[in-house]
Design a protein around this ligand. Sequence first.
Ligand code: ZN
Length: 789
Amino acid sequence: MIKSIQIGIISVLTFLTVQLASAQTVEQLNDKFRQLSDEILPTANVYRTASGAPGHKYWQQQVDYNIDVTLDDEKQRIIGTARVKYYNASPDSLRYLWVQLDQNRFAHNSGERKSAFASEKPKASYTALRQAIHEKSYDGGYKISAVTDSGGADLSYIINDTMMRIDLASPLRPGQQMDFVIDWSYNILDARKIRARGGKEYFKDDGNYIYEIAQWFPRMAAYSDYDGWTNKQFLRNGEFTLEFGDYDVAITVPADHIVSATGLLQNPDEVLTEIQKQRLKEAETAKTPVMIVTTDEAAAKLDKRAKTTRTWRFRAVNVRDFAFASSRKFLWDARGYYQPENGKTVMAMSFYPEEGNPLWEKYSTQSIIHTLEVYNRYSFVYPYPVAQSVNGPVGGMEYPMITFNGPRPTKDEVTGEKTYSHRTKYGLISVIIHEIGHIYFPMVVNSDERQWTWMDEGLNTFLQGLAEEEWEKDYPTRRAEPYQIVDYMKSTRQVPIMTNSESILQFGNNAYGKPAIALRILRESIMGRELFDFAFREYAKRWKFKRPTPADFFRTMEDASGVDLDWFWRGWFYTTQNVDISLDNVRLFNINSRDPEVEEAFKRAKHKEKGVSPDRLADKKLKKRTDRFPELLDFYNKNDKFTVTNKQRNKYADLLDGLEDWQKELLSDKSNIYLMDFTNRGGLVMPIFLQVSYEDGSSEDIRLTAEIWRKNSEKVTRMLITDKIVKSVTVDPYWETADVNMDNNHFPRRIEKSRFDLFKTKKPRDMMKEFESKLKDDKITLDKKKKSR
Ligand SMILES: [Zn+2]
């Protein structure tokens, strides 16, 4: 019995293996144009259509928050109470709710710490090692003091690393609402020591702090039709995925602090001075930014730190998160941006310490408004009343209506003079464009950052490039030109764009650069601007305030443009192949006229082209026997094998008799027929762009679509019929495709100029001379040096 059962199982397994293997034939797998919907994209349903739009039963949860938070400037702590209203709009009954506890990433023994790995090389940067050491003493993570229902009764919960499950006494049915309250606190981390998206920065010159407070309250995890509850822990890179809702937040800070936050300030009369309110009013219609808090006004507060507190109240409608910044060091400038598209004015505002000038007062608010102008055109009209840029310890991070941007000039320690590098200047403008751009993607187009970094970083970097190009002539844009991604595309240490955020190698190139440039190539060289821009806007509009997945993007771009792009998504997003199209040969043909007089003469001429070695050539001059005995010559000495015979002439006449007039005409056509042979060495199928130069000095651009590879993705031949004579052919003459090897793009091949490096051979060490060399600083004694070992 047992034996026979075992045999049974084995045969079932064998059968399954055979079935799986034959599900796709080798020929099908080689077809780079096969449709993604057949095998990779999820099946369309009532929530998400096959066209890439939200389905007729699309739903998403809504979560409203009413939060009281205190920023303790003495102990640098956050203490808060959140009253959460969770609306279950899903068709499912929920037995528990999951909450994201992002601060727990910084707790001892967090999942991130427990999964941290080191480089195998025994070295680290100073900042990396300082972080590793500081993390051991920083007491991070949420201290949750109570989770209760609206009546004050304790709710049972369990914390699993950066997630918390709240168990419900009875299931939350579709359409029902659940109210609960969480009390918590945490120690604000030192964002100069630990790289994070929020934290404090201490200024030792005046003893004050700037606080950038983000991911600071227990936020409801996303529950979606495609993933259920988010169950990816926060390990650093996969930022977050959240629900939309309305926020009322009361922020209590030292009375002399200025607060910038997601949302509209509700109580200006309680927290702003008359003059500040007047200036704000003036800023609404001003032509250039107006200072709301000046350098002198901020400086006056630095040593007399307020002992009392003040509460700033903000309200934000339909946002997926809430962040704020607070400091007595803040200067504040503002200018209204009137959006002609909807007749509303957005207040663009910047908050920065004196240390940020002269860069910040000149560029920050201008960069915000510039971003709105450009992004509104390519996506949708900015939907919120304020857009803010704050300078503090965070290098660059976005939240709804508020962004944190790091670059600052450098101050000379001795002279106090402030200067900035080219990189700092453009880094600041670029990071503000980038982070304000993120308010569109993913703060409004709510893609799932915990899974797909490219969906917000890639799309946003693409638009950032367009905005930078409209800032000034020759703006140093880093991720826009196809050639800028070539080194990455050639590299071996990479994974496809469609890789989970936490597993990405070469993060910046993979999730920012490659998708941004892929979209640029689609727009400029594959779809054309008109079709691309319409489709991209359609995606943005369909999914604004909703939750798109990669499939929704891929499908919408095709659906709205009528261009099948499955080959493009497959190659660029699901593989690490690159573009390397080689033009191997260009062959010239003329039509075989079949006329023996013409064709035999042609063969004779070709035959004569055949080379002979110099010695054999000399042999030809030797005296021959037939010179002495001419009677040995006959018919074959007067005719070579190319002599035309009557039989051939008759055959030709017969051939002509059997042809129609148009066929005869073609036989005498004098066109030059060129066959151009291409091989695909990089693997990615791409359009072939050609520039053909002719002997008469003219040239012609020929643009072939990627579908030329549809029957054979490795080799393809293209015919060119012309009256002219081709001198040379170049593939991708305008560097549009990120071709990783331009050496094989020319026919005939060209010799490229380059540089040959010389180097000096190292001299052996002269220890005796080193020993005798003079000490630079006499304070370093030999004794001390010994001790330090
Ligand atoms: Zn970004």
